[in-house]
Design a binder for this molecule. Sequence first.
Ligand code: FAD
Length: 480
Amino acid sequence: MATASQSEVQFRFVVAGGGIAGVTCAQQLASQFPSLDIVLLTAAPMVKTVSNFRQVSKTLEDFEVEEQPSSVLEEKYPNLKVIQSAVTVLHAKQHTLLTENGQVFHYEKLCVCTGARPKLIIQDNPHVLGIRDTDSAQEFQKRLSSAKRIVVVGNGGIALELVYEVEGCEVIWAVKDKAIGNAFIDAGAAQFIIPSLEAEKPKKALPCKRTRYTTDKDTAPNTGISGIVDCRSSPWTLLMCLMSSLPSQVSHRVHVEYEFLLLLKIAVFPFSTGVWPIYAQLSNGKTYGCDFIVSATGVVPNTEPFLHGNNFDLAEDHGLKVDEHMQTSEPDVYAAGDVCTAGWEPSAFWQQMRLWTQARQMGWYAARSMAADILGEAIELDFCFELFSHITKFFNYKVVLLGKFNAQGLGQDHELLVRCTKGLEYVKVVLRGGRMMGAILIGETDLEETFENLILNQMDLSPYGQELLNPNIDIEDYFD
Ligand code: FAD
């Protein structure tokens, strides 16, 4: 590091954002260049790290996400300096960044990993919450402790998880589609899992999502709500701890309103009148009073500090468009994670979804690309971008998504094979021209590795027809 002026410092590599993408990128750079100082600039006091990483199969990954103080990173990587100060301005031509505390950083290569924020259906309304991070999750838990009814708007992973985990409070779930969870699963899978919403939830210590989110109990801010600070776990786990401290437990009380149009008329009343603080009017004419509305309708990439005066190509979803080396349209500026949008021609079985797994993979690959550029080496798109794969839990079922699991982009040119045993498993395979393009596996199917191989090797499966999903055939042995 060389000091250019009193307040301007120079680094070869600067990473902005202390989430999974930024931390993975900075760690990779720090270990590849032990004699260089790497700087990680971040807005929040805590950083997110990956722990207990397990490569389940060629492309499936399982790991936990922990929020930790930045000192943990600095101890592990002595050449990594974490500075808590948000980036406010980027001058891409000059290769400089300005941070909140007035410091100027000159970089040779920059990676922007500033994530995304919830897309709220209504801005600046105290009764409309978005959930993004520990702070907003804790605000949610606080509000939930005295709530009798909430309205959840949205149909993605966050809404799915939330309606399942909330207990002791009535939930009105407003989805604009014909079925729940359409970002991840199809209508058949939705039918398979929805009885779990009405059933009594199994008692368990933790909601064991395959990709878990934990906060360090010694460093998590004290919310002042008993039962929370002792939990090492996700926003949802913290929520469960809170719910377990409530005197009367009513398990699920979820009412789903399908195919509503986004026509929310919000009326706010003072608490003292005894009526609901907010009302949500749906396009089907129904109006629900509630304590608050949770807006889980997607995210918007955090690009603002980087755009002014620069010449970034932006994607339709407002992400920074990146090429197959995670490079943006501005020279020497890379981007990874939720803030970016993949602009390369993707493999036939991969699509971008804003998830922890992809944030980690992109952060790691961006670091490799930045390094390769400095070292003058060639680098090819990593294998992890060959096949979309994700393991999670919905409604306490293990869910594995592979490739074009919802026939994304295939139009009518596909056929589906489905096997379903109520309460046990749901297996759906997407085929095109007899070759497997994707699959949804719900329950303990043990088929993920075989199906991953069948997608990757594009074997012609037409001779097997329906037998492919015959439960009496041990398909693993068949194709090994
Ligand atoms: P983030 O994790 O959002 O990190 C962005 C970082 O940038 C933060 O440290 C922030 O402080 C920093 N930052 C922001 N602006 C600036 C600035 N101007 N200057 C410097 N730093 C800045 N995905 C899953 O795979 N599984 C799940 O179960 C799951 N559950 C989720 C639950 C919730 C409630 C939410 C909101 C998301 C969930 N996701 C889940 C999605 C997942 O969290 C994101 O895809 C992932 O965190 C993206 O990582 P990232 O590093 O790109 O961004």
